[in-house]
Design a protein around this ligand. Sequence first.
Ligand SMILES: Cc1cc2nc3c(=O)[nH]c(=O)nc-3n(C[C@H](O)[C@H](O)[C@H](O)COP(=O)(O)OP(=O)(O)OC[C@H]3O[C@@H](n4cnc5c(N)ncnc54)[C@H](O)[C@@H]3O)c2cc1C
Ligand code: FES
Ligand code: FES
Length: 654
Amino acid sequence: MTIPSLALGSGTKTVQYTAPQDPLQPSTLLFYLNGRKALLTQPPPDLTLLQYIRSIGLTGSKLGCGEGGCGACTVLVSSYDLATQAIRHIPVNACLSPLASVQGKHVITIEALGTSANPHPVQERIAQMHGSQCGFCTPGIVMSMYALLRTNPRPTEEEIEEAFDGNLCRCTGYRPILDAAKTFSVEKTGVCCKSGKGADNGGKGCCMDEGSRAQDPHMEEAKYQRGGGGCCKDTSASGGAPELIPSKVQKIDSSFQYQPYDPSRELIFPPALILLAKEGGHGCTWYHPHSLLDAMRLRKLHPTARIIAGNTEVGVEMRAKRSREEISIYLSADAIPGLGKIDVDESQGLVSFGGNLTLDRFSHHLFTTVVNWPAYEREHYMVLHEALKYFAGRQIRSVATLAGNLATASPISDLSPVWMALDAHVELGWLDITIHKKWVPIRDFFLGYRKTLLNPAQELILSFRIRQKSRKGEYVRTYKVSRRKDDDIALVNAAVSLKMDEKTGTISSSYVAYGGMAPVPLKAEAMSDVCVGRTVDEVSKELAIFLDDFSGINLGTPGGMPSYRLVLAVSLYHRLLAQCLSSHLSYFPEHSSVRIPHDLTQGLEARVSRGAQSYDSSGAEKEDAHGEAVAHLAAMKQTCGEAEYLDDQTPPIE
Ligand SMILES: Cc1cc2nc3c(=O)[nH]c(=O)nc-3n(C[C@H](O)[C@H](O)[C@H](O)COP(=O)(O)OP(=O)(O)OC[C@H]3O[C@@H](n4cnc5c(N)ncnc54)[C@H](O)[C@@H]3O)c2cc1C
Ligand code: FES
Ligand code: FES
């Protein structure tokens, strides 16, 4: 295999793996693993991060499902973001992360946190507070909590629960895990502890306010980067460790005194990697373009190469098919800022989102941007945010991208119906002599099962575009039905957009899109049309069942269960319509005397969970453990990744 002559820009990693007899220099991969430099020569391009770390004896990270669903393999990946000059920490599923994707990054595994003799506070508290039983999920649980603390050392209880949405535990029932994790929690008052003023009350804003945190949810707080700025929670003038508000969570065993958590004692991000990020650095094991032009050139030169972004689809597919890609072109917004850029065209009222923006960054942007907008302008942003709320787990959302989701063309994508309801457009780009770009309505994008207008041999997805703000009388809603609320794919999902005339209360346009009802995300024509031209009052009175759109659904429909899906589809429509009407009637009560029942308009929100364990200790003998909450002997080894399972003794070779 020879390296093609290709005039690519500086920084682009163009070195391919070469056969041993190839006279060209072999490629190298440079990253840091648990604080130590790792330089690998010609690692196989299809090796996952998990296979690699386990093969070198770091067996604390477990192989559970192998497809991003259980979180047992969670590790922390830190990188330096050139644009913001800040360090990002993301929890990732090592089972899906290509080893090559950690070029220039710092990987932290469970082994780096602490040992059973000297555990990290997360490891200690989860062990001592009975958060592990068989212990197989435990390293992943510890790493998810650790990842949260690295970006947010003062999380709320809600933030802690969210941090575990990509982890499954079969034994504990989660309550003891959450109890232990919530010992790190604080209550956020929104009032600056120094000035006594919240940001909306004339204060400058406090480190505890959401809005004053970095725009990226994974950015390390400036305070915790060495030499960073101060925090009003500091107890010392020199910016020492913040005093944590003691937990309100009851410990079962009150004799257990846990060590305090001091973020300044965490492993630092290797300064050498900051230099590497700034200067370009070593060749990578696969194509890693650092400019859009280079990405397009590579696309043209290698029409059969697979584009890889978050690898959350491709990784699962490769594993299922036991296949590998000969040539991969890795697209990341870190290397090609244009693919993660958010542009607002004020004159047209449009906003575009870079194609390979990760879902977590996208969601965070949506949520933080609308804070000062009037409620009626937020519909477009909030419906996208809603679609991402129950989209996979955090480890997946940290790396998965918008383009990857659309290109996959899954009939149950959570985003596709929303894009369709919003009449979003996708920008495709390709290269012949010059660069060409075109905008395609996503409503026309899907041609058949996993077939789209994208020509994968030539084109790249560059960005997505929507009208930024909704107007009065416009409503867009989405809902997903799955077997469980968090971290599950949809059975059926839907999005509805409605436009109502402010004066007459007449519905002037409507679009209803479903996922899970056909091989492609589908516009429900009859449902879309039925309301148009009618008044809010009429429609409110006739929330009826419309089944025509799905007469074609049968046992052969992907996923089966046609009658169940039909029922879900109809009820979803009613629910979303009711939400839109109810919102409208709150602005224009004169449009109908019908009052939509509250139950129909409320979403199912997961509340912060509470649990307690009680047992009779009256008959306990002093000399034995009856009636006492004693952590089991293996707990600390499990939280520190030292417990050995059969799987760990002979690392699997696939
Ligand atoms: C555990 C788990 C849970 C999941 N849960 C959900 C869920 O709840 N809802 C849901 O909708 N999906 C879910 N998914 C699916 C998946 O996460 C998404 O589809 C994701 O957005 C894919 O993005 P990616 O960047 O990882 O794509 P990749 O796997 O990297 O790529 C997917 C496809 O997109 C192509 N591609 C990527 N970028 C470009 C580009 N710029 N131009 C052209 N082609 C491109 C690739 O070539 C490939 O064919 C889940 C997946 C897993 C593993
Ligand atoms: S092993 Fe289950 S998510 Fe990686
Ligand atoms: S799976 Fe969580 S302790 Fe067994």
